[in-house]
Structure formats: C-alpha cells, structure tokens
Design a binder for this molecule. Sequence first.
Ligand code: HOZ
Length: 428
Amino acid sequence: MRSNSEALFARGFARMPGGVNSPVRAFRAVGGNPVFIAKGAGSRIYDVDGNSYLDFLSSWGPMILGHAHPVVVAALIAAAHEGTSFGATTEREVIMAEMLCEAVPSLEKVRLVNSGTEAVMSAVRLARAFTNRDMIIKFDGCYHGHSDSLLVQAGSGVATLGIPDSQGVPLAIAAQTRSLPYNDIPALLSAFAKYDSRIAAVIVEPVAGNMGVVKGSRDFLAAARELTSTNGALLIFDEVITGFRFGYGGYQDIIGITPDITCLGKIIGGGLPVGAFGGKEEIMSLVAPLGGVYQAGTLAGNPLAMAAGIATLELLQEASYQYEDLERKTFGFCQEIQGFFAAKGIAVVINQAGSAFTCFFTEGQSISDFATAKQADTKAYGAFFHRLLANGLYFPPAQFEAAFFSFAHSDADIALALEGVKKAIQSL
Ligand code: HOZ
C-alpha cells in the first residue's frame, strides 16, 4: 500500500517537472510512480506509508556508512548550532582539504564545491585554460553531471530517458566534445591521431557507474594516461562515485594510475551536497583568486557539508571499516543471486566492482561498454525492480545505474536481502 506516496506524487507533479527534482527518481525507467521516502536508519529506508526497505540505492552512492549514522548526525547537530553558512572561510574547509590531499595521490590542492556536476564543469574549464585547447574526449555511457560540455552520449538519467545529447546544448559547445566507446584503446589512439594538438583533456569514470557498473580495464586507463601525457593533454578522473567507495582514497590508488585532475563528490559530503576538484599545484594555481579560471560559490565549503564529510571520512579510517569485507560481502551476494537467476533460466550478467554492482538482463556474455550495456532488456529490469520493491528491497530505479552495499548492511540484512531477491526472481 502506497497511497501516501501516490498522493504526494500527484501534488508534486503539479508543481515540479515530472514531480521530481532529478529525472531518474520519477521511475519512468521502471514504470509506476515513485515511492516517497520519509526517513532512513542504517541499512534501511522507510516510505511515507510506513513500508520499510533494505536500501541498495545508497542515495546513488554517498551513504557508505548507512543512513543517519549517529556520529555523522552528532557532527551535523554540533555544526548547525554554530551557524549554517557564513560565506567566509572556516576551519572545517581546511581540515577537509587536508584530508582529501592526504588521501588522494593526485591532489596537491583542491577546491570544494557543491556537487559533482560543479566539480567536473570547473575541472573542464581548468583543463582548457591550462592547455589552451578546447576539445574534450569523453566516453559513451559515462556520465559527468549535466554541464553543457558533457551532455554528449552521456549515461545515467539521460541514457535512461533516451536523451544522451540534451536539447539546449549549443551545437558549438557539443562540437568541442568527442565521445568514444569505453574500454576501446584503438578508438582512443585514432582520436589522438586525428585531434592531438586540439585535445585539452580526456575525462573518464575509472569504473563507470552510470551505464550500470562497468570497470575500465587497466590497459585502457593506462593508454589514456600515456596518450594525454605525450600529447600535452590532461587526464581527468571523475571519481565522484568511485572516490572513497572502493578504498579510503581514490580508485586511482587501486589501479596505480595518477590523473592530472580528480573530481570528487558523494561520499566526501557524508550525504550533504558537496563536490571537489583538484590536482597538482601547477594546475590549481590557475584557479581564481590565484589565476584567471573563475569559479565561485556562496555555499562552497558549507559548514554542514564539511562537518558531515569530515565525520564520514574519519569513520572510514577506523579499523572497524574494512573495505575488503564490504567487497567480499558484495561479491558473495552477487554470486548467490547469479545462481538464483540461473536456476530460473533468466540470462543475466552481473557486473560487480568493490561494493557496487548492476544486474544486466542480457543474453550477452559480458558488458564492457555502453553498446553492450544498451543491449540489456530494460523492461525486464523494470519488472525485477518492482518485484524487489514488493519484497522490501530498494534498488536503483533504472538499469543504467549502480546498486551499492554500505557498511551498515549486516550479515542478517544480507540473508534477508538474498531471500527477497530469490522471491523476486522466482516471481518473474
Ligand atoms: N544522477 C544520479 C544518478 N547517477 C541521479 C541523482 C538523483 O536522482 O538523486
């Protein structure tokens, strides 16, 4: 029973485009109307009708500690009592900048902003200024937020809604972005052969999360590193999802490839709006007020976002938070559900990286890029999603997204989740 959700959706629909403030939330990719969430605690979220769900959306990534972690909440309350915004610098910003630079190898200096979109938009501007070039190379199915330059063959909501090249982006701007197949080294080589002295930057999600989970191969990422270095372009890692998700720091540590600029968001804000971009001192010195690349924000480095982010990062450094455990649990879970699908005779490819995974409904052997991801049967995913919901599990409401485990998922939660997934699959 979801009558309160239905009533709220009807009210919201009258006053907000599609009834939402971010398109994928409208459930258009899976059918039906969205569930309105009232609250969350640990591994669970609760809707406005009193239904409870084990949460595998994790707010699209940030909630690696689970919802309303008491230490994060206490940090937020303490910060709120001291004032919520000053538009002036605060100690928490310095602490956060120090923590990020210590944890992520490519960061010598960092600028804190309000979202992943803002971080990437500013990183692209910075790369263009540093190289004095205009062209950006991205990859099909990677999503880097909704700034004009990057809404070209993008993933996430735009892929889901079939508008990877958004209306309203001037052709002249889109023409400065080339999108290549992900994990395709020959395509990268040809692009550099064709455009070399025009390329300002290659931007990539080292593990794509926005066409569903798809790992960038080490060879592919290494080729991007080498080609950009030899050709005077910059390599930007969009680690908005991967940062602090697979280990304490960036995914760049795990694969041992250091980009020139790193973009962060999600986990570093502990569930509050935040983003960051940074890199070598030489590059970051171009950012105003030191240099001529303008970027600013009234709420940048906001005290509440800093408090939640610092508390989250501090907890993640404690011995009780072992990323290997989280990965092992996620791997085991994916293996089990692969078995359930096989028993039911449903063809599925499950891509898993660390604590992130996606079930692609496809007869294909593997999903390694957007072309193979797009072969997935999105209607079948929609049916699966609704069966999961009916069994108390909240997965991403779209095929081209990642599901996440959090440290709050206990063994008992996982056992319950497996039971729910099994029932959902059996009822398909
Ligand atoms: N762009 C997000 C998914 N990758 C969706 C954000 C939201 O709807 O909250």
